[in-house]
Design a binder for this molecule. Structure first.
Ligand code: 3MF
Ligand code: MG
Ligand code: MG
Ligand code: MG
Length: 386
């Protein structure tokens, strides 16, 4: 029936179903939905949890008593709906103070304020039991490189993340941090633009084991890259700490489309990787209803994200049980125990054996791997005619 249940671990950001349809050229097309109302609808649709930026919940200029009242109300709504808060994050992009970056601002005061705001947001997330803390460096970037901060920006970013990792440990929060790469928008060029860049940067941090990535389908696609390839590399590195599911046409502005709306085959291989790799984290949707939609459209969007995921999960099951598909995959691989032994784990003998081995290059080049056949089987499966 493809009806979501909490066991599916679907989560939405308050900012996603709460999106009011503002864009750079137009005013909001919907009125804001109260967080408590969002929670009860998400629970009714079978979601498991919600995530938020500090200011999705508590306005940036709220007084201490306003904050406490909001937190109390939200806690009640969570109890009533049974939803959890597995992830939290900071809004370091909306306020004009962050217009030229937060952790990578050339203004030391902004960098210090970004640390203060993030520590307070980590406190807020911890109050609700969040265990993953996401860093999307939305304003960490430039349009103008003449300011000469490209190298400084990397060390400022590193210093901030090292500081916040220590803060988490000092407070006993137990956060795992997930860096979310994006190539551009809202900045002309955003630092750490892809999953690969983020993985490279993590290796330079003081406590790299505390850091992983939060890849987003739309972001890798905006960069012209393959999302399944990106998450495969993250999984291989043991760094897939969270995932932002949505969709996107390549080469466009940031669209945040409903999961599966545009690139069904990549969505299928995304679900395949998440479901077969042991990934145990939230299946988080970071997307929003089209600006054309009213509130009914918002809930159709949310239901659609989860439904498509579950349909694709069922397709993954069929894919793995389909004898013809599995035979085509097996036929694609040429196994050779002797050569595989020689190719792995260097020794001088193996090197000599490989160097003196005769290979039939012509034969290697002539072999047809059967990928057209295999890919059509997958197409048939996804089109529902298998
Ligand atoms: C922007 C994004 C962000 C991040 C969020 C952290 C507003 O394109 O994807 O959403 O996902 O800040 O979770
Ligand atoms: Mg995004
Ligand atoms: Mg987006
Ligand atoms: Mg995102």
């Amino acid at each position: 029936s493809f009806q979501a249940t909490p066991a599916d671990k679907f989560t939405f950001g308050l900012w996603t179903v709460g999106n009011v349809g503002r864009d750079p050229f137009g005013e909001p097309t919907r009125t804001a939905i109260d967080p408590a109302a969002i929670l009860s609808k998400l629970a009714e649709l079978g979601a498991w949890g919600v995530n938020f930026h500090d200011n999705d919940l508590v306005p940036i200029d709220a007084s201490a008593s306003e904050r406490d009242a909001i937190v109390e109300g939200f806690r009640r709504a969570l109890q009533e709906t049974g939803l959890c808060v597995p992830m939290a994050t900071t809004n370091l992009f909306t306020d004009p103070a962050f217009k030229d970056g937060a952790f990578t601002s050339a203004d030391a005061r902004v960098r210090a304020y970004a640390l203060q705001k993030t520590m307070r947001a980590m406190d807020l997330g911890a109050e609700f039991g969040a265990k993953t803390y996401v860093f999307w460096g939305g304003r960490e970037g430039t349009e103008v490189d003449a300011g000469g901060k490209l190298l400084d920006a990397m060390s400022w970013f590193r210093d901030s993340l090292n500081f916040l990792a220590e803060y988490s440990e000092d407070q006993g929060y137990g956060y795992k941090f997930a860096l979310e790469p994006k190539p551009n928008e809202p900045r002309g060029d955003i630092f750490l633009p892809t999953v690969g860049s983020a993985l490279g940067f993590i290796a330079t941090l003081d406590k790299p084991q505390m850091f992983g990535v939060n890849p987003e389908f739309a972001h890798e696609t905006m960069a012209g890259l393959s999302f399944p390839h990106a998450i495969a590399q993250a999984i291989d590195a043991g760094k897939l700490f969270h995932v932002d599911l949505n969709d996107q046409k390549m080469g466009r502005f940031d669209q945040d489309l409903r999961f599966g709306a545009e690139n069904l085959k990549s969505a299928f291989f995304t679900v395949y990787l998440l479901e077969t790799s042991g990934y145990d984290g939230p299946r988080h949707f970071d997307a929003h209803a089209l600006r054309t939609e009213d509130e009914a459209g918002v809930w159709a969007f949310a239901r659609g994200c989860m439904r498509t995921y579950l349909v694709l999960k069922e397709k993954v099951r069929q894919f793995r049980e389909d004898a013809e598909i599995q035979a085509a995959i097996e036929a694609y691989r040429v196994r050779d125990a002797e050569l595989e032994g020689l190719s792995k784990g260097y020794s001088r003998d193996k090197a000599e054996a490989l160097k003196s081995r005769a290979f039939d290059r012509g034969e290697l080049g002539r072999r047809g791997p059967g990928l057209e056949h295999l890919d059509q089987l997958v197409t048939d499966l996804l089109l529902g005619v298998r």
